[in-house]
Design a protein around this ligand. Structure first.
Ligand code: PHE
Length: 337
């Protein structure tokens, strides 16, 4: 008998309780009226008087074991229940760290949204161009020295194919397909064979605009660009146009805006001039219109183009153009909003 009680104690010790049902099973098996302990007690009278004391002690310790085990299990189960109820399922989930737009994309989108209020739409153009669309149609005759203004990457096996040096070829493609009135922006990546430094890169982005209709004048060009400058650089911005040269526009100009950093007083960014050069522009050359099947007697138009990296550098105070191409997370996360 004593052996049997020992075995029962061991059984109790090894019994695993992880649910309320489990605990109840153990209680019923040992402590209920028809349970094991009641049964063993009922045999008490049959035990030899000499063994009664030990027998009694053993039964008591078995009973204690069961009660202890149940008490401990009760506590553990309550704690578990508490913990489950501590979870607030209405809290927002973990943050997976969303990315952000690249500063070049942000500036491009901002420029597009300003001009779209004037009715400009967007055309893509193509990065791999032919000589005709990048140069000849834009009034760069073969051997013309103006071609050297833009150091070009040619495809070695076919010098007629090149990486576009500006997005103006995209405007030629629009004029070939579409009848005036035309109001289009061509944003995109362009390539020039230039040494890479803090100020220039062999890959950069441009956005160019083209407006063609009847009786478009230089005054329209100036008014459009002034509207853009005030929207983009601030209400107080002033503009000035300096004569310049591009083969595809006549007359041509460079536009400066009053320095948005010092307000025109002079600082290191504007090299103490109070002005920042931001874009090239002009009236579309009659030869370009003719090349694209548009009658220059009936229609006229203006075009403008700006470098997006340079614009973004001014906007965000970036001093090294290479930062836009490095994919440096520290740099890019500055533009999260
Ligand atoms: N295509 C010129 C450039 O890349 C910019 C420009 C566009 C100038 C349109 C005038 C008119 O430098």
């Amino acid at each position: 008998m004593i052996e049997k009680i020992k075995e029962l104690i061991e059984e109790v010790e090894q019994f695993k309780i992880d649910t309320k049902e489990n605990a109840e099973q153990l209680r019923l098996k040992f402590l209920s009226k028809k349970g094991i302990i009641a049964e063993i007690f009922s045999e008490f009278k049959k035990v030899e008087p000499a063994q009664k004391k030990e027998y009694g002690q053993r039964i008591n310790s078995l009973k204690q074991k069961v009660e202890e085990k149940l008490a401990l299990a009760q506590e553990a189960l309550e704690e578990k229940f508490q913990k489950q109820n501590d979870i607030d399922i209405t809290l927002p989930g973990p943050n997976f760290g969303l990315g952000s737009h690249h500063p070049i994309t942000m500036v491009t989108n901002e420029i597009i949204s300003i001009f779209s209020k004037l009715g400009f739409t967007v055309a893509e153009g193509q990065e791999i161009e032919d000589d005709y669309h990048n140069f000849s149609a834009l009034n760069f005759p073969p051997e013309h020295p103006a071609r050297d203004m833009q150091d070009t990457f040619f495809i070695e096996t076919n010098p007629d194919i090149l990486l576009r040096t500006h997005t103006s070829g995209g405007q030629v493609r629009v004029m070939e397909k579409q009848k005036p009135p035309i109001r289009v922006l061509v944003p995109g990546r362009v390539f020039r064979n230039e040494a890479i430094s803090a100020r220039s890169h062999c890959i950069f982005h441009q956005i160019e605009g083209l407006y063609i209709d009847k009786k478009v004048s230089f005054a329209d060009l100036k008014q459009t660009l002034m509207y853009f400058a005030k929207e983009f650089y601030g209400e107080k911005t002033e503009i000035r146009l300096r004569p310049s040269y591009f083969p595809f526009t006549e007359p041509s100009a460079e536009m400066d805006v009053s320095c948005s950093i010092c307000g025109g007083k002079g600082c290191t960014i504007c090299k103490n001039t109070g002005w920042l050069e931001v874009l090239g522009c002009g009236m579309v050359h009659p030869n370009v219109l003719k090349n694209c099947g548009i009658d220059p007697e009936e229609y006229s138009g203006f075009a403008f183009g700006m470098g997006i990296e340079r614009t973004a550098m001014l906007r965000y105070g970036v001093t090294d153009i290479r930062m836009f191409f490095e994919n440096d997370m520290k740099f890019l996360s500055r533009f999260k909003y």
